[in-house]
Design a protein around this ligand. Structure first.
Ligand code: URA
Ligand code: CA
Length: 434
């Protein structure tokens, strides 16, 4: 008989667990047959001693098999999903979904609500009047087959083992372990039914991974897991030392996505969307190589097909398609706009992404707790980014708020944007891992 204490001892001695041992452990823990204190000890042993590629594959698949798995086989084509390890004002999903669908790759999107800096993709889209995700599974399949794009709420009991383990990691200081993060993320993606995956691993002050070396290790670990279970996986390591794009907030990000799909968006958001999008398109079978996939995406931004795809998608799920042409008029508007200005001349040298995200959250752009009410109109527009020259009195940020009192946000913004005599340039894409 397997005993958990023996497995803990094995991992403590840096020995590898067998496939059967990993499967037993995850199955028994999910069934509440292993107490939290023993799993906590195991997690700490993994934190210090790591896992082999085989153990990681076994752990990931055991977590996948701990719950329901989404069956997307009725949807034609290679289903490619994207995962971002979490950014601030990260509008890429809103841009990527229609952009990639516009070249013919199916994008069956499942989304939950956001917690923290900004809302999730669903929250953002709900700033469009009428848009909803109350569609049946059959409608979802039919819409993706017809338009290549649809969004539905996450249903089913996916990866309950991950949920239980994550709750323990949170209180045992074992969240920051690369094998545990990699298996957690990959198990959820695999259970969601994707055939192939593109991972956007963020690095910088606003991200989980603070150094490029750590981000590379996480990306490589996730790519290895995906490829070892037959799901083509690629990763990009991208900068999160400042927020991406200019908008932080739900309606503001929808407007930013519309501009980007027209070719008029911020340079960094546009570039990251094209890099991630070309990987998704290529893995989805469009384009002979990444360069050709990128060219096809650029073409669809130029000729309006990407924006048209967004419009068709919004209309198919009850939203007002006019929002594409008249976003300023039709998206929710904040009652107050407050400008935060530069106190001195110089160059913007730092913009703490996470803190600026919190400044937006305080206005209602994100949820502090799961029960917090979002204000879809609230948020920030950044008029300067790292490397931009400023004169004293230039507007750095505009605050959009329905609350008149915004002092805490102003203070957060002032504390977290640094103006110096010079600035180190930001590199947006650090590496691409195949
Ligand atoms: N996101 C996840 O889903 N899991 C982790 O462990 C960390 C980030
Ligand atoms: Ca943004």
């Amino acid at each position: 008989m397997v005993r958990m204490v023996d497995l803990i001892e094995k991992k403590q001695k840096k020995e590898a667990l067998t496939t059967a041992e990993v499967q037993w452990m995850i199955q028994a823990f999910t069934a509440d047959e292993i107490p939290d204190y023993q799993m906590s000890a195991m997690l700490m042993a993994i934190y210090f001693n790591g896992m082999t590629e085989e153990e990681l594959r076994d752990l990931t698949m055991a977590m996948v098999e701990s719950g329901d798995q989404i069956d997307l086989s009725e949807i034609k084509g290679t289903k490619v999903d994207k995962h971002s390890t979490g950014g601030v004002g990260d509008t890429t999903t809103l841009v990527l979904a229609p952009l990639v669908a516009s070249v013919g790759v199916p994008v069956p999107k499942m989304s939950g609500r956001g917690l923290g800096h900004t809302g999730g993709t669903l929250d953002k889209l709900e700033s469009i009047t009428g848009f909803h995700i109350e569609i049946t599974e059959d409608e979802f399949t039919a819409l993706v087959n017809k338009n290549k794009l649809a969004l539905v709420g996450q249903t089913g009991n996916l990866t309950p083992a991950d949920k239980k383990i994550y709750a323990l990691r949170d209180v045992t200081s074992t969240v920051g372990s690369i094998p545990l993060i990699a298996s957690s993320i990959m198990s959820k993606k695999i259970a969601s039914g994707a055939d192939a995956m593109v991972l956007d691993v963020k690095v910088g002050t606003g991200a989980f991974m603070k150094s490029i070396k750590e981000a590379e290790k996480l990306a490589q670990t996730m790519v290895n897991i995906g490829n070892s279970v037959g799901r083509d996986t690629m990763a990009v390591i991208s900068d999160m030392s400042q927020p991406l794009g200019e908008a932080i907030g739900n309606a503001l990000e929808v407007k930013e996505a519309i501009a980007t799909l027209k070719g008029e968006g911020p340079a960094d958001l546009t570039e990251l969307s094209l890099v991630l999008g070309s990987q998704m398109a290529y893995l989805g079978g469009v384009g002979a190589d990444l360069a050709e996939a990128r060219r096809l995406l650029e073409e669809n931004i130029q000729n309006g097909k990407a924006l048209e795809k967004f419009k068709v998608f919004i209309e198919a799920q009850g939203g007002n398609p006019e929002v594409i042409d008249r976003p300023d008029e039709l998206l929710p508007k904040a009652a107050y706009q407050v400008e935060v200005k530069a106190e001195r001349a110089g160059v913007v040298s730092a913009m703490e992404a996470e803190e600026l995200g919190i400044a937006g959250m305080l206005l209602g752009a994100g949820r502090e707790t799961v029960d917090s009410e979002l204000d879809l109109a609230a948020g920030l527009m950044l008029h300067k980014k790292i490397g931009d020259k400023v004169a004293a009195g230039d507007v750095l940020v505009t605050i959009y708020s329905n609350k008149e009192e915004v002092t805490p946000s102003i203070e957060k913004i002032q504390e977290n944007i640094t103006i110096s005599d010079q600035a180190a340039p930001v590199q947006l894409i650090h590496e691409i891992i195949h």
